[in-house]
Design a protein around this ligand. Sequence first.
Ligand code: NAI
Ligand code: MG
Length: 497
Amino acid sequence: MSARLPELVEEALATGTLAGLPDKHFINGRSVSSSSGRAMDTFDPGSGRPFAHVAAGGAEDVEAAVAAAKAALATTWRQTTPAERGRFLYRAASLVREHADRLAVAECLDCGKPLGEAKGDVAGTARAFEYYAGACDKLQGETIPLGQDYLAYTLNEPVGVTAHITPWNFPISTLGRSVAPALAAGCTVVAKPAEQTPLTALMLADLLSEAGLPEGVFNVVTGTGPEAGAPLVAHRDVRHVTFTGSVATGTLVMQAAARNITRVTLELGGKSPVIVLSDSDMEQALAGVLGAIYENAGQICSAGSRLVIERAIHDKFLEELTRRTKELTLGHGLRDPNVGPVNSQAQLDKIVDYVEGAKARGIRVATGGARAADPQTGAGWFFEPTILDNVAADDVVIQEEIFGPVLAVQTIESIDEAIERANGTPFGLVAGIYTQDITKALRLARDIDAGQIYINEYFAGGIEVPFGGNKKSGFGREKGLEALRSYCKIKSVAAKI
Ligand code: NAI
Ligand code: MG
């Protein structure tokens, strides 16, 4: 019987780590060290200390993983029926649920997020496998009428070997939501998790192997972006890259993929607005705005990092929002506070720079605005939940992604101004709308350029709903049946009878 959540949390708090964490690549069904023999530390953001190490991979390890994925595609995985693939994925979903506690504690240590959020991410990962398990045997093609002397039909063929480059903010769920549809479509996988959070990808590899996935179908190479990510996206045998991360790295990924005409799905940054109109349900809007910016300490591509609020309710709403923000608890993720640490020293420094810059420009800090620490230990990479009030539309804290617990407030006079503000950044990922007026809500939903709109509940929806961005937030869609299609290539067959 594996350890339960309270014992795992106790072990992690007492020892600073968990026994038996994976520390090698997972290639061709086996755990293997880096060909260079090198390893790298991974840190606990709640303490700021290294607590585990993994293999530091490079081009040779990537070569081995892609070769294994290519061989598995041609042999075992191509031979499985869609129903069999579905059964593998259902078993994967069950195993993720069975091992949810250990996965959540590992995620909490590696990433920093509050335990409750980590549990939610793991549950979401199981759900992604379950959702796509049911879709494997429903990937039907079409027949195309050309008259009785012809038979024309389409087939959904798997694109081939797929690469999945994931960031550090939602390590297991971002990986799960992209590998589940890839496997369902009949593709094989090489994953390269972020160097800050490599552990749950390796744990998932073990579980998929336990689910009976044939060797080589799912591979994980750990390492840095330049050393392990770059050779993977540039590999000629990789036929699709799903990348989630920064715009700068997304640009490099697209350039590298272009050389081999490799398909890409790019899930990049955001600066998403939460629009609160004066007729909104205040309680609903307050809860929505708080969750949109402080969940995962604001390190979410789809965070609601801009509050766009009607002047008539600005003062009253801000007063209550500030009061609730001050009440949020900070602490090590394992103690399940309201807000955990940010993921790295580098990310903390970036947040500090943005907020210090805002202060220097005379922007009013309604609350927060400074570095913080775990109140129990005085350690860790924390930043206070922060609100910057009445920010001008062209200010950098409106135009650029901060990726921290920092909300920037914009005041508006009309629906037209709300639309202008909402669309007034280089990004177009999501938008939240709070109003009781259905006409206003639907007009805003129509006119805002974003991949997903939430009305009266920020983050509404799950794996069933397509997700992705417009403009510099990227292109391609994850989740939903849309994601499944991106791992298929259509073949048309036309026969003269
Ligand atoms: P990043 O985009 O550099 O890293 C994301 C992933 O890409 C990691 O797995 C990394 O190893 C990999 N990578 C880096 N360089 C690569 C290359 N040349 N080829 C292939 N893969 C490569 O993001 P980073 O530096 O961790 O964070 C910087 C900023 O990016 C954050 O402050 C935040 O604003 C944004 N970001 C956005 C995310 C999102 O969900 N859209 C997630 C993480 C970061
Ligand atoms: Mg870490």
